[in-house]
Design a protein around this ligand. Structure first.
Ligand code: NAD
Ligand code: MG
Length: 401
C-alpha cells in the first residue's frame, strides 16, 4: 500500500470530478473543514457552468474543467468576471491530463456513469490515490481499472458506502483466504415491500425520493430498481477479488450497517454510521488517519431497531440480472451497465415505464451475448452496441405495450 504524498506546503491537493453533484458537494464539504491539510485544486463538471463557477468562487481551485467544450468560453469569461485566477479548461482530454499531472495527488472520481471511465482510468494509471465513487467504471472495465491501479501503485479507496465499509473491515485480515464472505446491505429503496404489479405506474419523482440517502437522480433510480446493489456486487468482486458466491446482499431498511465481513473463524465485523457520504469521503481523504467529517456519531438507542430481510428478486429483477452478467463475464457487465444507463435516462425523461428498465436490460443481455473483454476498445464497443440496442428498443412500440 502506498502512502499518499502531500506537496511541499503539507497540503494534499485533491481533484474533485463531478464537483456540482451530490458526492462532489460532500467531498468539498469535508475538504473545506481541513484548510491546512486539504485543498480542492481541480474542480470538474459536465456542462453546468454556473454551478462550477459558484464552486470556484467558494473553493478557489487552480483549475476548473468543463467537459462540454461548447461551454469553455462561458467558463473562462465567468472566472475572469469573478476576479478568480482559476485556469479554465474544457473537454475530456484536458480533464485526463490534469488528473494525471502535478495538479493533484488524490482524485475523487464522482462523475456519474460510463462518462467517468476515462478520467478514472487516467488517475489510476498516474498512480493517484483514487477515491472511487463512479461504480459504473468498475462495472464496465473492472479488470482493466484494477490492473492499471496495481501497475502504477495507485491506491483505490472505495467511497461507495458499502465498499468503504468493507475496506475498513478488511484491515483486520492477513490474507485473502481469511474472508468467508462479505455482505453488502441495501436500504431496499422507496418501493421495498411492493410486489411487481404494484410497480408499473411508478413516476420518476417517486423513484428518486430515496428514503435514506440524498443522491443524484441516476443512482436514486438504480436504488429503486435494486440495480444499484447489482452494480455494487460487481464493484465488490473487482475491488476485493472475491467471486460472486462470496458476496451476499441483505436488505436493511435503516441504512446504518453499511456492510459486514465474515471471516473463516466465525467473526463478523461490520461498519456502522449515519447514512451520510461524508464519512466515506473522510476515510478516503484522510486514510490511514481519521479526520473530522461533520457527521455525528451513531446513537443506537435513539435509532431503535436494526432490521434485515432478503432482497425480493421477483419484484426487483435487476439484482439477478447483474449477477447473471457478472457470471457471464467478458463484455456482459458493460452491456448491462450501458443498457441500464440508457433505460434510466429514458425513464427519467418519462419515455418508458419503471418496469421497462429491467425488461430492457434483460433484452440487451440476451441480444448481445458476452464475448471476451480482451481490451478497452472491445469493452467500449460493447457499451456502444448496447446503447444503440437500447435506443432502438426505447423507440419501439413493443416496449411500451
Ligand atoms: P450527481 O448526478 O449528483 O452528480 C454527477 C456529476 O457528474 C455532476 O456534477 C455532473 O456535472 C458530472 N458529470 C456528468 N457527466 C460528466 C462528464 N461527461 N464530465 C464531467 N462531469 C460529468 O451524481 P452523484 O449522486 O454524485 O453520483 C456520482 C457517482 O457516485 C455515481 O457513479 C454514483 O453511482 C456514485 N455514488 C453516489 C453516491 C451518492 O450518495 N450520491 C453513493 C455511492 C456512489
Ligand atoms: Mg452504495
Amino acid at each position: 500500500m502506498t502512502a499518499v504524498s502531500a506537496n511541499a506546503s503539507g497540503l494534499r491537493e485533491v481533484a474533485v470530478l463531478g464537483a456540482p453533484g451530490s458526492i462532489g458537494a460532500s467531498a468539498l464539504d469535508v475538504i473545506a473543514r481541513h484548510p491546512g491539510r486539504l485543498r480542492a485544486s481541480v474542480l470538474a463538471a459536465g456542462s453546468n457552468v454556473d454551478a462550477l463557477l459558484a464552486l470556484c468562487a467558494a473553493h478557489r481551485p487552480a483549475h476548473a474543467v468543463i467537459s462540454d467544450e461548447n461551454r469553455f468560453v462561458a467558463l473562462r469569461d465567468g472566472l475572469r468576471a469573478a476576479g478568480l485566477d482559476t485556469q479554465a479548461h474544457a473537454g475530456g482530454r484536458a480533464l485526463d491530463e490534469l488528473v494525471s499531472g502535478d495538479a493533484c495527488e488524490s482524485v475523487v472520481a464522482a462523475i456519474v456513469g460510463a462518462a467517468g471511465l476515462s478520467s478514472t482510468l487516467a488517475a489510476a494509471r498516474a498512480g493517484k490515490r483514487l477515491l472511487l465513487a463512479n461504480k459504473e467504471s468498475l462495472v464496465l472495465a473492472g479488470e482493466l481499472l484494477v490492473a492499471a491501479a496495481h501497475a502504477a501503485n495507485a491506491e483505490i479507496v472505495p467511497v461507495d458506502s458499502e465498499h468503504n465499509a468493507v475496506f475498513q473491515c478488511l484491515r483486520s485480515r492477513q490474507t485473502q483466504g481469511d474472508v468467508r464472505r462479505i455482505v453488502l446491505t441495501a436500504s431496499g429503496g422507496p418501493f421495498r415491500g411492493r410486489k411487481r404489479d404494484a410497480l408499473a405506474d411508478i413516476t420518476p419523482a417517486q423513484a428518486v425520493a430515496h428514503p435514506k440517502w440524498s443522491m443524484g437522480p441516476k443512482i436514486s433510480v438504480d436504488s429503486a430498481t435494486l440495480m444499484n446493489k447489482g452494480l455494487e456486487v460487481i464493484e465488490a468482486h473487482h475491488l476485493f477479488g472475491l467471486p460472486g458466491r462470496q458476496i451476499d446482499v441483505l436488505v436493511h431498511p435503516q441504512s446504518l450497517v453499511h456492510a459486514l465481513v465474515e471471516f473463516i473463524d466465525g467473526s463478523t465485523l461490520a461498519q456502522l454510521g449515519l447514512p451520510d457520504m461524508r464519512t466515506a469521503l473522510a476515510v478516503g481523504l484522510g486514510w490511514p488517519e481519521r479526520i473530522e467529517s461533520g457527521v455525528a456519531g451513531l446513537d443506537l438507542l435513539a435509532q431503535g431497531k436494526l432490521e434485515f430481510e432478503p432482497p425480493d428478486l421477483e419484484a426487483f429483477p435487476c439484482l439477478r440480472l447483474a449477477r447473471q452478467a457478472m457470471d457471464a463475464g467478458g463484455t456482459a457487465p458493460a452491456v448491462l451497465n450501458a443498457a441500464n444507463e440508457e433505460a434510466v435516462s429514458a425513464f427519467l425523461q418519462g419515455r418508458i415505464g419503471f418496469l421497462a428498465i429491467p425488461a430492457l436490460v434483460e433484452d440487451a443481455l440476451a441480444a448481445l451475448p458476452a464475448t471476451p473483454a480482451i481490451s478497452l476498445d472491445a469493452l467500449l464497443a460493447a457499451d456502444a452496441q448496447a446503447r444503440s440496442f437500447a435506443h432502438q428498443r426505447i423507440a419501439s412500440p413493443a416496449l411500451h405495450a
